[in-house]
Design a protein around this ligand. Structure first.
Ligand SMILES: [Zn+2]
Length: 225
């Protein structure tokens, strides 16, 4: 079974090119090189006018939250607010639909054969592989744990609803960073993966980065459209 693990390397830069062990994919994110996914410009022939794509609305729904103290829970709830605000914005829609991969194509890496607009539609439909009967909802089962010597900031796999989040990283994260991580992991819940830690143009990574970047601006007081 596939297991995706989101790990963070900013404290472990020298081990950034780490291993893929059996069934585990460790992903490294370098906070010194914040990834801001690029989009196709309006003058490009590949540009797709967002209004030609229907958008439904998503509601973030906390299903089962475990291991959080009052302060951590407050941060998690802030992250949920940020996440819901970002994913329902016109900018998010445009950035997903007109996302361009590292080959300058309007396409995500590891896209399961889906176009950008199909990935957007799948995302906004809210039907997780394990929760297919709850359209319109981002269902979150989150468990906080603490592993001091781990590089993993959060992990999940295809067999479980739970997204496990390491407090070691969570405690220093801004709500926008938590939201980005939750978006990344939730994209896995829809069945999208990535081949490696370096596949920054995969759907989980790219969408996570979009949420994090937009979320940061939102937290600074910018109104998202
Ligand atoms: Zn992942």
């Amino acid at each position: 079974m596939k297991k995706w693990i989101l790990a963070c390397s900013f404290l472990f830069a020298t081990t950034a090119q780490c291993c893929v062990h059996s069934g585990h994919k460790e992903m490294m994110v370098d906070s010194n090189q914040i990834q801001v996914p690029k989009i196709i410009s309006t003058s490009d022939s590949q540009y797709l006018e967002p209004s030609t794509v229907l958008a439904s609305r998503l509601v973030v729904k906390a299903m089962d939250i475990k291991g959080f103290d009052a302060e951590s829970l407050k941060k998690l709830k802030s992250a949920f607010v940020v996440l819901e605000k970002v994913v329902n914005s016109a900018e998010f829609k445009n950035r997903v639909i007109n996302f361009k991969n590292n080959q300058n194509q309007r396409s995500f890496a590891s896209n399961n054969g889906y176009s950008n607009e199909q990935i957007f539609a799948t995302f906004m439909d809210g039907r997780e592989t394990l929760q297919p009967n709850t359209p319109g909802e981002m269902n979150y089962f989150v468990q906080l744990y603490y592993k001091r010597y781990s590089k993993v900031i959060g992990w999940t796999n295809g067999d479980i609803n739970t997204i496990n989040v390491n407090w070691k990283f969570f405690r220093n994260f801004k709500p926008s960073e938590v939201a980005g991580n939750l978006a990344h992991e939730w994209t896995h819940k829809l069945g999208f993966g990535h081949t490696s830690a370096a596949e920054h143009d995969s759907a989980p990574y790219a969408i996570g980065y979009i949420v994090r970047e937009m979320g940061e601006r939102y937290l600074k007081g910018e109104e998202l459209h």
